[in-house]
Design a protein around this ligand. Structure first.
Ligand code: GAL
Length: 987
């Protein structure tokens, strides 16, 4: 077809009988009956309710297709927008977030929701991105964060957490008052935002029948309502126990405003579980525990977390999680959930992010990448493709919102499991088909109920199923205004755009697929690209189209009835990844080509598109009929009109230019730990002389309380100095300590190194061990045994507090030294203690800064003057016990308009026993343990990483003195590169 412009194309189309004839422009759009996403600018108020099938938003069915994201795991507010836009573009209509109490509260009564902790900004960005939000502020969250989200200061409170103890409830109420004041204005119910649901507690599986738990839950319910939270509330049942279903605790006389939800992390090698319509039923059957509320998985595994040493994924790190919970896993498990009537599905995690600073619970290291669909460097992985296919299907096929179990049917091959459901209102039937064998099965047929009666499907050939894969066969749905008897290709998208109906159908490359449509007159079928066949039966009014999925096969059907034609786009997985839909005021656009379409705006004859490319890409746009030109990221794109009724860019969009990264040179170096010297002045330190503690660790008899938390030191390293005399017989000293995973201590006597102890690397069976205790015994050198004054200096890296998953105050297990005894003497030791301040850095927050000498003196901060430090170059190889610092600065200058995601990679001979805390511009971005791993690359989020400015990098290196220590190689690495991105404000 010769190039024509779009206006004349539309005119031509309206006036000729060509096979691609488009009707005159239609002003009305076919809107799906269900609510697919919140209004970008929320209206004044909305109702949010539910029945047994789904949520009802303003009375309309809404399936929640949600991804878990933690604002506190991405400390750069500009990037929140990037992540949220990527999720919305990929078909999610919701996110779920934990709010981490400890992140916002350095001290009792002190709450901070500013800067990286600006929850309101996050909720505003979610509304702007068009995503509903489920908010989960605890008070307890678990979430693989320090103390499961309880603030450090709560470790010294006597009230038993997660009970109706009045001291604890006062703390919880203080938090809820503060956080609910931020959340309440963003509720969809009052029109200020898109908060749709709110979770009370998390996996609360204790005190189920002693009255304590029900009193606690009732208290939370009443408190949250009193704080002005009006959206439906729910609890997340740990697994499927039927705990805290509606009616199990008092809701103050309110009914129908509380949902039951549960979570699950099935092994990816298992057969996907039936946790709803097709399962065992009853209290422990998943959604069957609560028959009058919709199936709701508050968390379903999108990956899993990894422990220090990497035993969970055999050292592969999160690549291992992505390999075992891949796109096929997602289809199998998530479609099985949908088949089981689970209409609210939240994938944990969808963007895992970074447990920066001292956020990580003992069970994880810095990266919380989780194997998530959107990776820590904000790259879209192949795991987003099925999510987009299913999310857009839920938007486009409203019949899926209300499904009942239908008569059981069998496929021609018994290895294909069939879930048959139907919509009682529309008569649509759905067959969720899963190949439970590991091999590809071909030539499968299925008896299908259609509006035209029972048919064996497909009519031609058979369906093909790769091993373990799953897909949806739909019968009796509508694509645009056309009735579909059935389609063996999974519906992905449909809309009326530019005067034609456009439908996308998808599946695996190489799948033979068939669609049967109703046609009252003889249709004209034009294959615009790829190969496809069709046949029409005038007697039955059925039009059949067959093709084999490969790239995009385009078939235009003019039904000869004067109404709009239907453009079918059969897209295999790879092609479907390049298709994007976005709403505009003039109707939706469908775009093919770029790596991401963030947003579209249509005014008059122009459509303005913003998005990303990661390589040179096509740009093809199906746009409202008035549109004759397109811009991409603000620049006009020359286009021509295609036979598909789209605008196609005459040349490809450019990919990103390469991003130069500077080598890290010019290092400066300083030694540390003056605290180990006998003459160090510790008179300003706190005396560690308490005699009782709220810790669940007993205070050993004859010892003062040495637990760091009792002296207000909750995060990072802690120093002790013990003064004693009269111990001439002492031959050794034994230091008992308690820490999270990979805790360690180092000791000096009168400035002489005594040695180091490090907790063992967890085996896979120890991956969930959170508190580790050990006693390190060091011989006292004969020269230091005199009866005079001695000083014992001990540095403890306590790592994190245990989570309190069992509601047994596990977060109050001691951290730091617990007891110190001598062999051959019993001197009385006067202890002083020093650690990190939780309030010193209100910008970076309570979890940023520990108690190393350098941290206490600002060596990690960009403003610190290190010009007097010694110049060195890396790699280094030093044998020492103690702490040394390395600092350098560099300029990061990405080309304009490029979203470069940068990491810091460290590597060295793996036997070298040392660790490094990484500070970028003062932000504590993680802990590297050279001889443990598995993490070697740390994401440096843009905004903390400053573009076109000087960045200061500091490494605090702790070495145990048993081997030479580095740093070895330290380099910037490009983790992602896209032309596009979002504007970045420095943090
Ligand atoms: C769930 C819990 C989450 C998280 C997850 C594992 O059971 O609710 O907070 O810990 O397990 O990543």
């Amino acid at each position: 077809m010769p190039e024509i412009d779009r206006r004349s194309f539309t005119a031509l189309a309206a006036g000729t009988a060509a096979s691609f004839v488009l009707p005159a422009r239609r002003s009305t759009l076919i809107q799906p009956e269900n609510v697919v996403a919140p209004a970008v600018t929320p209206a004044a108020s909305h109702t949010v309710s539910f029945d047994k099938y789904s949520l009802l938003v303003d009375g309309r069915r809404t399936a929640l297709w949600s991804g878990e994201v933690h604002p506190f795991r991405l400390p750069s507010p500009s990037l929140w927008t990037d992540v949220l836009q990527k999720l919305r573009a990929n078909g999610y209509n919701a996110i779920s977030i934990y709010v981490n109490w400890s992140y916002h509260s350095p001290a009792a009564g002190v709450y901070d929701f500013t800067g990286v902790r600006d929850l309101g900004q996050f909720l505003g960005a979610a509304a702007q991105a068009g995503l509903f939000v489920t908010v989960r502020p605890g008070p307890y969250i678990n979430a693989e964060v320090d103390a499961g989200g309880f603030p450090g200061w709560m470790t010294t409170s006597s009230g038993t957490a997660r009970t109706n103890n009045s001291t604890y409830l006062a703390h919880a109420d203080e938090w809820l008052t503060a956080v609910n004041a931020v959340i309440a204005p963003y509720q969809y119910t009052n029109g200020g935002g898109t908060v749709l649901l709110y979770q009370l507690e998390n996996e609360y599986s204790a005190h189920l029948s002693d009255g304590v738990g029900s009193a606690y839950m009732a208290h939370l319910y009443a408190k949250v309502r009193a704080d002005g939270i009006t959206v439906p509330l729910f609890h997340n049942d740990k697994g499927r126990n039927g705990d805290w279903v509606p009616g199990s605790f008092s809701t103050n006389g309110e009914s129908g405003r509380y949902l039951y939800a549960f979570d699950g992390y099935p092994s990816p090698s298992s057969t996907p579980p039936d946790w709803g319509y097709f399962g065992s039923g009853g209290k422990t059957g998943g959604s069957t525990a609560s028959p009058n509320t919709p199936g709701f998985e508050a968390e379903f595994g999108g990956g899993w977390f990894d422990c220090w040493g990497g035993a969970e994924f055999s050292g592969q790190g999160y690549a291992g999680a992505r390999a075992s919970r891949d796109a096929v896993y997602e289809r199998r498990f998530y479609l099985t959930n949908l088949a089981n009537g689970i209409k609210l599905q939240n994938v944990y995690m969808t963007f895992g992010g970074t447990s920066w600073g001292w956020l990580p619970a003992p069970v994880v290291y810095t990266s919380y990448d989780y194997g998530a669909a959107l990776d820590e460097a904000r790259n879209q992985t192949s795991k987003l493709v099925p999510m987009k296919q299913i999310g857009l299907m839920l938007e486009s096929v409203p019949d899926l919102g209300k499904l009942d179990k239908a008569a059981s049917v069998s496929a021609s091959n018994s290895s294909v499991k069939v879930y048959h459901l139907s919509n009682p209102d529309t008569g649509a039937h759905f067959y969720f088909l899963r190949n439970d064998s590991s091999s590809t099965i071909s030539s499968v047929t299925l008896p299908v109920t259609t509006s035209g009666g029972a048919l064996t499907v497909p009519a031609s050939g058979g369906m093909r199923f790769p091993g373990k894969d799953m897909k949806v066969l739909a019968a009796g749905i509508k694509l645009g205004r056309r009735s579909v008897l059935y389609s063996t290709a999974q519906p992905m998208y449909q809309a009326t755009i530019g005067g034609q109906d456009v439908a996308v159908l998808t599946g695996r490359s190489g799948d033979p697929v068939e669609i049967m449509l109703t046609a009252s007159a003889t249709p004209t079928v034009t294959v615009l690209s790829g190969s496809a066949t069709s046949s029409f039966s005038a007697s039955s009014h059925r039009l059949r189209v067959n093709t084999t999925l490969s790239g995009i096969v385009r078939v235009l059907i003019n039904f000869g009835d004067g109404a709009a034609p239907l453009l079918l786009l059969f897209a295999d997985d790879a092609a479907s990844a390049t298709l994007w839909r976005q709403p505009t005021a003039a109707g939706p656009v469908l775009v093919r080509g770029p790596a991401l379409l963030r947003a579209a705006q249509s005014s008059g004859s122009a459509v303005q598109l913003t998005g990303d490319t990661t390589a040179a890409s096509d740009l093809e746009v199906w746009a409202p009929a008035a549109v004759t030109s397109a811009t991409w990221n603000g620049a006009l794109v020359a286009t021509s009109v295609t036979s598909s009724g789209s605008l196609l860019a005459s040349s490809k969009l450019a990919g990103p230019p390469s991003v130069p990264l500077p080598a890290l040179t010019g290092w400066r170096f300083a030694t540390e730990n003056p605290e180990s010297a006998s003459g160090f002045d510790d008179s300003g330190w706190r005396a560690a002389n308490k005699t009782s503690s709220a810790s669940i660790t007993p205070v050993p008899s004859g010892q003062p309380v040495l637990f760091a938390d009792d002296y207000g030191f909750h995060y990072g390293d802690v120093w002790y100095r013990g003064h004693y005399s009269g111990a001439s017989g002492a031959t050794s000293v034994s230091l008992s300590y308690s820490s999270g995973t990979q805790g360690m201590l180092m000791a000096w006597l009168d400035g002489m190194p005594l040695g180091t102890h490090r907790q063992p690397v967890p085996t896979s069976s120890q991956a969930n061990t959170q508190t580790w205790t050990a006693t390190a015994t060091f011989p006292i050198p004969s020269g230091l045994r005199g009866s005079g004054a001695h000083v014992l200096s001990v540095l403890v890296r306590p790592m994190a507090h245990s989570e309190d998953g069992g509601a047994n105050d596990a977060h109050k297990s001691a951290r730091g030294l617990t007891a110190v005894t001598f062999a051959g003497a019993t001197p009385s030791v006067g202890w002083r203690i020093q650690g990190g301040s939780v309030t010193a850095d209100s910008v970076r927050g309570p979890l940023n800064t520990g108690g190393l000498y350098g941290e206490r003196n600002g060596w990690h901060l960009p403003t610190f003057a290190d010009s007097a430090w010694q110049s060195v170059s890396l790699p280094r190889s030093d044998t020492f016990q103690g702490v040394r610092w390395y600092r350098t600065s560099f300029t990061f200058a990405p080309p304009q308009g490029v979203d470069a995601s940068v990491g810091l990679s460290l590597s060295d001979t793996s036997s070298r026993s040392y660790r490094a805390q990484i500070f970028l511009n003062g932000w504590n971005l993680g802990q590297y343990i050279n001889n443990v791993g598995p993490q070697h690359t740390f994401v440096l989020p843009n905004g903390i990483l400053r573009a076109n400015a000087t960045n200061v990098l500091a490494l605090a290196v702790l070495a145990d003195g048993t081997t030479p220590a580095g740093p070895g190689t330290v380099a910037l690495t490009l983790l992602g590169n896209a032309a596009g991105g979002v504007p970045i404000s420095n943090v």
